[in-house]
Design a protein around this ligand. Sequence first.
Ligand SMILES: Cc1cc2nc3c(=O)[nH]c(=O)nc-3n(C[C@H](O)[C@H](O)[C@H](O)COP(=O)(O)OP(=O)(O)OC[C@H]3O[C@@H](n4cnc5c(N)ncnc54)[C@H](O)[C@@H]3O)c2cc1C
Length: 433
Amino acid sequence: MAWGFSTEPDFQHKLDWMREFVRAEIWPLETVFDELEQSALDELYAPLQAEVRRQGLWAAHLDPELGGQGFGQLKLGLMHEILGTSPLAPNAFGCQAPDSGNSEILALSGTPEQKERYLHPLLAGDLKSAFSMTEPDTAGSDPTLLRTRAVRDGDDYVINGRKWFTSNGSIADFLIVMAVTDPEARAHQRATMFIVPVDTPGVRIIRDVATMEHPAEEFGKLGGHAEVLYEDVRVPESSRLGAEGMGFLLAQQRLYPGRIHHCMRWIGVAGRAFDMLCERSTYRVSHGKELGRHQSVANWIADSAAELQAARLMTLHAAWVMDTEGVAAARVPISLIKFYGANVLFDVIDRAVQAHGALGYSCDLPLEAMYRHARGWRMYDGPDEVHRQSVARQILHKYAPPADEVPSEHIPTRRAEAREKFASMLSAATADG
Ligand SMILES: Cc1cc2nc3c(=O)[nH]c(=O)nc-3n(C[C@H](O)[C@H](O)[C@H](O)COP(=O)(O)OP(=O)(O)OC[C@H]3O[C@@H](n4cnc5c(N)ncnc54)[C@H](O)[C@@H]3O)c2cc1C
C-alpha cells in the first residue's frame, strides 16, 4: 500500500526546526516591517538566509544541480505550510513568489547563458525578479487577450505595452515579460516570454499600486504590486525565453507548482488565525460562559478544523499526484484546491475576526491584515470561477450522453432490463406464489 500520512523522521526534524525559526526570527519582523526601508530589510534578512543555507533548506524548490534541494512538491508543500504563517518568511528561505516561479521558468527554458546571468544569481539571492503578465486593459483571466507587443527588429525585439500587478516589480533587477509576438497565431501560441533588466531604456516602473493588501501608498518595498510601462523597450534575441509562441506553455509550468505552494501557505495563515480563534474562545466570557462554550462558536471551531484538514489533505494530495504522475495528471486536483482552499481558508480567518469582535477588526491584531490579504487569494493565479469552469470541463470529458437521453440510472428502464436478466427466477417466484 502506497498511501500514508506520516513524514520521514529526518524531514520532520527539519520542519520542526523551521517552525521554531520562523516563529522566533520572522514573526517579530512583521510588527516593525512598516518602519524599515528595503535596504534595512535586506540587511536583516542576510544572516537569516545564511542560517537557512546552513540548514540545507535554501531554495528547496529547485534541483541540487541548480543550487536547490530537489525536495519535490510534497515536501515543499509541508515547508510552505510553515512559511505561510508569515508573509515575510519565504524570503528568508529563497522560495518567495515570484522569484521561485521565475527560477523554475529559467531552469526549464533558459539557455546556459541565461542561467548563468539570471538563474544562478537569483538562487543565490543576489538578484530579485518579477513576473509581468497582467495588464490593466485586458482580462488577466484570459491571457489570450494580451495586448503588449514584442515586434522583431533585426536581431532585437521591441516591446510596447502596459502591465500592472507585477509583484515585486519595484524592487526587481529583472522582469520576465509576457508579450505577443504573433497576433495571427493560434490563441495559445501568440505570446512569448522575455527577460528584461529593469534598467533597460523604456522600462518605467510607474508606481506600486495601493491595494487591500498594502493600502498605504509606498514604493520600492518587498510585496508591492507595480504598474510598469514598456515604451520601445529594445531587447536582444538572446533575452527570449524558449521559442517564439511558448509563453503560455511556460506560464502553465510556472503556475501549477506555484498554486500548490500558495495553497499550503494559506493553510499556514489560516492555521494561525485558527489558533487565535481557539485561544480567544477559552477566556472571553459573554452571557455567563466562555465563547467556546456557546454553540455558534463551538461550530466555528469544529467547521474550521474540518475545513483546514480537508484543504490540507487535498493540497498534499495534489502535490503527491504532481510528484508521482506529473503536471498533466495534477491539473484537476490543483484547480480544486485553488478555489476550495481560497474560500474555506478565508472563512477560517473571518470567524477568527468575528470571535475577537472589535479587537479582531482593529489593527492591534494581525487578523485584519490576514483578512485583507486573503481576499486576493480568490483572484490571483486564476479566479475561482475560471478554476471551477476548468474542473467541470475536465470532469465532463469523462462523461458521454446516455442512449436516447434516458439517464443511466433511470429506474423503470433498469427494472425492465433486470426483469429480462432474472426472468427465469422471477417467473419461478410468481409460479410458487
Ligand atoms: C495580490 C495579487 C498579486 C498578483 N501578482 C501578479 C504578478 O506577479 N504578475 C502578474 O502578471 N499578475 C499578477 N496578478 C494579477 C492576477 O493574475 C490577475 O488579477 C488575475 O489573473 C485576474 O485578472 P484580472 O484582474 O484582469 O481580472 P479579470 O480577468 O478582469 O476578471 C475579473 C473577474 O471576472 C470574473 N471572470 C473572469 N473570467 C471568468 C470566466 N471565464 N467565468 C466566470 N467569471 C469570470 C471573475 O470573477 C474575475 O475575478 C496579481 C493579482 C493580485 C490580486
